[in-house]
Design a binder for this molecule. Structure first.
Ligand SMILES: CC(=O)[C@@H](O)[C@H](O)COP(=O)(O)O
Length: 266
């Protein structure tokens, strides 16, 4: 391997090493059995859970997601879905830390409104700073603004997660140009979070050099979620391989597959 070839180092987030680059959300499934089957088929090791919507032991009389997704097998990534202020998001992360015995890896998302679920970057920056200062390892959902992404990195977030498109929209990567700028300047892992609709979207994000992708709706809302989870696994792996292999250059003109020189009867 020549020195300038891309190296296949595993995904590392805040010192934790993961062999899968696919992160999976746990909302929108029919029940915990379907969640567990899809999560298994995805090959993920990192599963995100909305603390405000999912029972992780807060309600002892109801089914606990951690029985379906044991922490011995999966790293749980509590997220602050449903929080619209920095204050709420920080409180939710502290609750998660208590429920999960001091676990400090969280996914911060502070939303702007119900209609778009677009991140409120002002509140996100505030919450990120508070959480980092309080010892949390913060993976942060944000807009695809390169300046905001860099600022979140400066604050000390361990991974930055720009949206591909709106949460649950399935529109894929609507703005690859800004994602490219974020990737060019990043010194922490960049993972696309939200909007992936189909495996080709996930593969494209990986081909561009994203460290991983987080997918919920495209798997849970597929007609066959378990099958789609497997398809997403393959797409993320293929996209990563393509990134490492480095694609051919795009050319303005045609280039014959077999050379003209030495043609029979030329
Ligand atoms: C599950 C999660 O944490 C969210 O960030 C979001 O739901 C992911 O987006 P999609 O549902 O569009 O994949």
């Amino acid at each position: 391997m020549s020195a300038d070839q891309r190296q296949d180092i595993p995904l590392t987030v805040a010192g934790r090493v993961f062999s899968s680059r696919l992160l999976v959300g746990t909302g929108k499934y029919r029940d915990f059995d379907e969640t567990a089957a899809a999560v298994e088929a995805s090959g993920t090791e990192l599963v995100t859970v909305a603390v405000r919507r999912t029972n992780l032991g807060q309600n002892p009389d109801e089914p606990n997601l951690l029985d379906a997704l044991p922490t011995s097998r999966y790293t749980i990534l509590p997220n602050t879905a449903g929080c619209y202020t920095a204050k709420d998001a920080v409180r939710t992360c502290k609750l998660a830390r208590e429920l999960l015995d001091g676990h400090n890896l969280v996914k911060l998302e502070v939303l702007g409104d119900d209609g778009t679920l677009y991140p409120n970057v002002v509140e996100t920056l505030k919450a990120a700073e508070t959480l980092v200062n309080d010892g949390f390892d913060v993976m942060v959902y944000t807009s695809d603004d390169p300046i905001v992404a860099k600022e979140l990195e400066r604050i000390g977030c361990c991974a930055v997660m720009p949206l591909g498109s709106l949460i649950g929209s399935g529109h894929g990567l609507l703005n690859p140009a800004t994602l490219e700028i974020i990737l060019e300047h990043a010194e922490v892992p960049i993972l696309v979070d939200a909007g992936i609709g189909t495996p080709s979207d996930a593969a494209l994000a990986m081909e561009m050099g994203c460290a991983g992708v987080l997918i919920n709706s495209a798997i849970a809302n597929a007609r066959q979620p378990v099958r789609m989870a497997h398809a997403m696994k393959l797409a993320v792996e293929a996209g990563r391989e393509a990134y490492l292999a480095e694609r051919m250059p795009r050319r303005a003109s045609a280039s014959p597959s077999s050379p003209f020189a030495g043609r029979i009867n030329a």
